[in-house]
Structure formats: structure tokens, C-alpha cells
Design a protein around this ligand. Structure first.
Ligand code: CP
Ligand code: NVA
Length: 309
């Protein structure tokens, strides 16, 4: 069987993403402990070249709940930090493990891991994409929409992303817009949008705005993320200045749908990309968003490894 990687959203067809969501729903609704044989005898490596709280813990706990063995490796504690090539690490891990979740910097590092490993590789965040997070967020949105009687699914709805639209998060949202067929309105200062070829490949599902209120107008969901991502710490001050006026707050949300929810992949910088009142307010669904990382990643792992719970 050819191995299946998940390096970007488009690595799944719509039908396959729906299969993953089905598995994820089954995982979420099952009693704790009921899936403890699904990955029995299997191991999943979580290789982190950047900091992580949610990704690390949700993978580690998720694999353990499925009866598998998670192995977490960080740059500092492994030979990666002493210059061992990724292609060598990939081949060694392929001999021990059944999948690798990899968090890294440049996409080239991710591709080196994926092309050298003989087991599935999952992009657990790179400079250009955070596909697992966005897949989980689409799941959360559909779950909230159904529960609150807003819509049957995400197709045809308006999703806004305000802030750093050149970020890994915004760029994975662009990919998701085409696959799940929703309207994505991006609001950012000039110079902070995704590469134009990515926007063009979204087949008209993505619009760009310099005024965040225009992007948020009529939106069902408003997303944001930090203004300086991991690896961009040196640009922090310049970015604070560039993003002035892009803080998601109640005033900005005035034109959104009454039912509009607010998402943030976390960690959040209150007072920067989102104000405290909105982050802690009734529109924010960030905690269930974070929890769903656990359930959807379990579904995704089962799908990629071809195991049925
Ligand atoms: N959202 C997310 O990926 O969080 P971590 O950086 O804590 O893993
Ligand atoms: N854009 C953020 C996401 C963190 C989960 C970063 O890359 O730091």
C-alpha cells in the first residue's frame, strides 16, 4: 500500500476529509477507553523543531488513547539539534515507528522528511501551512453550526480571517476554502497576504481586504492568529506597528452575523490580534477548538494508517 502523507489540506479530497470527520466524531462520542486497541503495537513519532503545547499534548494523549505509543522528539534533545540530516532521521524513524508528525520551519524540511520516510508524515505546522489545525477548525465550525442550528455545513458560508494573512494559518485556510467550498475573506495590511498564486488557485473563493470591517461583514466565523509567528520574533515590533487597527474586537465584529463565532488556534496575545473581552466573550469557541485537535487527529491517524476503530 502506498503511504499517505498529510502535508497540506489538499492531500485529502473532500470525500476523504468527510471520512476523517466521521472517524473523528466516532472518536469524540465514544466512551474513554473504548478505542484502546486501535493502534496497539504501533508507535507515532512527534518531532518538534518549534515550541508546542496543543500539538504535542493532543498527539501524545491521542496516540495513547488509541493504545499506541507516542514518542516525542525535540530539536534540543535529539541529534537533529546537532546537525543530523532530516533524511537520515526520517529513515531511522521509519524503522521504529508507524507515522511521524513533524513541526518545522521551511517547507523543504517537511518535504525532505516526507520523501525520505517510508511511513506517513503529517505536517504539524511549518512556516507555510498548519493544515491539521485548519482541518480541525473546519470540523469545529461544522459541529457548532449544526448544534446551534446555523447551517448544515461550512459550504457556502462566509469565513473571515483578520490579521497576518501571510501566516501558515491563513494560507491553510485558503486551501480549505477551495476544498470545502466556502467564501474566505482575508483582511490584512499591505504586504501580509498569501502569495497571489495561492489565492488564484482558490478559484474565486477568496477575497482580499484592507479594511477588516469589510471582511467581517456578514461573516459566520471570524478567525485570527498571532501577528508574529514562531521564527518571526525579530520582526515583532515592526509587525505590532504594521497591524495597528487589525485587533479583533466587538466594534470590528458589529457587522458580522449575530450568530458569528470567533476562533483562534492559540496561543493568543490578548490586546494584540484580539482583545480580552472578545477572547473571553460568548462568541469565542477557542477551548472546544483546542479540544477538537485531540479527536480529529485521532481520526486522521486512523485514516492515514488505514485502521478502522
Ligand atoms: N495551535 C497549535 O498548534 O498550538 P501549539 O503551538 O501549542 O501546538
Ligand atoms: N502562526 C502561528 C501558529 C501557532 C500555532 C505560528 O506559526 O507561530
Amino acid at each position: 500500500m502506498t503511504k499517505r502523507d498529510f502535508l497540506k489540506i489538499a492531500d485529502l479530497s473532500l470525500a476523504e476529509a468527510r471520512d476523517v470527520f466521521g472517524l473523528s466524531r466516532a472518536m469524540k462520542s465514544a466512551e474513554k477507553g473504548s478505542h484502546r486497541k486501535v493502534l496497539a503495537g504501533r508507535s507515532v513519532a512527534v518531532v518538534l523543531e518549534k515550541a508546542s503545547t496543543r500539538t504535542r499534548v493532543s498527539f501524545e494523549v491521542g496516540v495513547a488513547q488509541l493504545g499506541g505509543h507516542p514518542v516525542v522528539l525535540s530539536t534540543e534533545g535529539s541529534q537533529l539539534g546537532r546537525g543530523e540530516p532530516i533524511k537520515d532521521t526520517a529513515r531511522v524513524l521509519s524503522g521504529y515507528c508507524d507515522a511521524i508528525a513533524f513541526r518545522t520551519f521551511a517547507t523543504a524540511r517537511l518535504h525532505e522528511m516526507a520523501s525520505s520516510a517510508t511511513i506517513p508524515v503529517l505536517n504539524a505546522l511549518s512556516d507555510d501551512a498548519h493544515p491539521i489545525q485548519v482541518l480541525c477548525d473546519v470540523f469545529t465550525i461544522e459541529e457548532v453550526f449544526r448544534r446551534e442550528g446555523i447551517a448544515d455545513g461550512i459550504a457556502g458560508r462566509k469565513i473571515a480571517f483578520v490579521g497576518d494573512c501571510s501566516s501558515n494559518m491563513a494560507r491553510s485556510w485558503v486551501e480549505a476554502a477551495q476544498i470545502f467550498d466556502f467564501q474566505l475573506a482575508l483582511a490584512a495590511p499591505k504586504g501580509y497576504f498569501p502569495p497571489s498564486y495561492e489565492v488564484e488557485s482558490a478559484n474565486g473563493n477568496v477575497s482580499l481586504h484592507s479594511d477588516p470591517r469589510r471582511a467581517v461583514e456578514g461573516a459566520d466565523v471570524v478567525n485570527t492568529d498571532v501577528w508574529a509567528s514562531m521564527g518571526q520574533e525579530a520582526e515583532y515590533k515592526a509587525r505590532l506597528a504594521a497591524f495597528a487597527g487589525f485587533t479583533v474586537d466587538e466594534k470590528m465584529l458589529a457587522g458580522a452575523e449575530k450568530h458569528a463565532i470567533v476562533l483562534h488556534c492559540l496561543p493568543a496575545h490578548r490586546g494584540e490580534e484580539i482583545d480580552e473581552a472578545t477572547f473571553e466573550g460568548p462568541r469565542a469557541r477557542v477551548w472546544e477548538q483546542a479540544e477538537n485537535r485531540l479527536h480529529v487527529q485521532k481520526g486522521l491517524l486512523c485514516f492515514l494508517l488505514g485502521v478502522t476503530p
